[in-house]
Design a protein around this ligand. Structure first.
Ligand code: COA
Ligand code: G0R
Length: 217
């Protein structure tokens, strides 16, 4: 994909189960290879359970793709969560202990608990973004913003009161701030350690924190 993309020709559409294969292919190249948690622990490739989890959000109608001339150039994967989400994530992390996805879920469980969006916003469900990726040759052109805006609009249409995102990357955190999201929690990666005090996930610079953001819909 070259830089010669007519921005007006980019269309955002809701992804369906039929898009699973091409969406996963896109995420492999333009999401997983750079997403700080995925990059920050071994092995480099995502677990099948991680991929299957992202794809399991498609039937909710809460995932979008940015398309240009029939190709995916960006994607947003979101899904519902309920007030027991942190407990559920801790259980899953324990069940999958020792695996890459289990390690990532352990961190996501801590930030879900600490952001505490259900109590702070007095809501009983939320739309949560699990992945956002933009074609690596097209970064910095606000395509990510368009994806987040489309996901929020979809959430509003479907009756979700709030929209949340764990920003593992400084770039996505900057984007949420610009879009008017509120910062709920910031956790330094150096705080996620095992019983011996060894840091479990080491994302590359400039990523130092995972920040959880919320937007009322
Ligand atoms: N290197 C340097 N800066 C980058 C960048 C990169 N690879 N990608 C985005 N940026 C900057 C933009 O310049 C912009 O900064 P600014 O606010 O100072 O202008 C900001 O990040 C957001 O840019 P925007 O154009 O709105 O977003 P985008 O379309 O480039 O997409 C991501 C942002 C995060 C979706 C994209 O960087 C991406 O796909 N990253 C890999 C996967 C990932 O980490 N996803 C997010 C996990 S929470
Ligand atoms: C893996 N599934 C919005 C966004 C990142 C969460 C981390 C998910 N958040 N990582 N491997 O992309």
């Amino acid at each position: 994909m070259s830089a010669a993309v007519d921005m007006d020709e980019i269309k955002i559409s809701v992804a369906t189960v039929d898009d699973s294969e091409r969406l996963l292919k896109f995420l492999h190249v333009h999401y997983y290879r750079e997403e700080p948690l995925t990059v920050g622990c071994e092995p480099p490739e995502p677990d099948a359970a991680d991929e299957n989890f992202l794809l399991s959000n498609l039937p909710h109608g809460t995932c979008v793709m940015a398309m240009h001339e029939g190709r995916i150039i960006g994607a947003g994967v979101a899904g519902p969560k309920m007030p027991d989400e942190a407990d559920h994530l801790f259980e899953e992390a324990e069940r999958l202990a020792g695996s890459k996805w289990g390690c990532i879920l352990g961190l996501l469980a801590i930030v879900e608990r600490d952001a505490n969006v259900f109590q702070r916003y007095n809501v009983n469900k939320a739309l949560h973004v699990h992945a956002i990726g933009v074609d690596s040759s097209l970064r910095g052109r606000r395509i990510g913003e368009r994806i987040v805006t489309a996901l929020a609009a979809r959430g509003r249409e479907l009756g979700y009161p709030v929209f949340t995102s764990d920003c593992t990357s400084v770039y996505s955190a900057r984007m949420m701030k610009r879009l008017g999201f509120e910062l709920l929690n910031r956790m330094p990666y150096t705080d996620y350690v095992d019983a011996a005090g060894k840091q479990l996930i080491k994302p590359p610079a400039p990523h130092e924190f995972v920040e959880t953001y919320v937007l009322r819909l």
